[in-house]
Design a protein around this ligand. Sequence first.
Ligand SMILES: [Zn+2]
Length: 241
Amino acid sequence: MKCKNCGGVFSDELEKCPYCGTMNKRGAYKKYRQKIRDIIDRVFGLKAEAYNSISKLILMSILRGLVMIAIVIGLAFTFSRFMKVNYYNDPEYDQEALEDILWEEENLDKLNEAFENNDFETVNKLYYQNTHVVSKWPHYDAFCMRKEYQDVLKDFDYSYFSSYQLTDVLYFLYNPQYFCNPLRWTQDDWNEYEEDRQEILRLMQEKDYSEQELSEIYQTNADEYGYLSSSKLDKYLKEGN
Ligand SMILES: [Zn+2]
């Protein structure tokens, strides 16, 4: 283009005439718009950069968290495997397991037979030989209860109920759940238990205690732990006589 002031020829992209310095409106305007565009680009660039760095920060903290969790799980897994391997490699464990299997093969039938025949002496003997196996035996829960009151009845003095004996027997009769897990009892186990219970109650009735009386003694004398208080029972027996 041609300068209006000095007539010099120059590119219309220029802001001023390179010869006399007169302002070139078109060039100045173009330059101004370019500057505005640069500023807008820079603002958007900064925004994108900030967005990227924030996303990167969030991503990094998530990754760091995941890595930490993975490390913890890995350590726990390794530790548990290490412990397990040690346990199963323990020759004492092998020996114990082998003894259990051999004992079960030799004695389980005897145990079942003795239980069915009410031979509690034999069951008792086997019971203490191998508690590992016996605790998995299906009659274990029913037997541990019967064992408790059979042990008491064995030394029971039927000519006189001492308050101590009475306490024990009533305790077994009214609280089977304290000795074992009654949920594992079969219907047969419950029937046997009921038969035993009736037999013991019959013996008690011979001594002039009715079932209702006994349950009343039990209820009114039970302290907060459910045990019969022997001093209260003594008092009752004296007053009763
Ligand atoms: Zn000029």
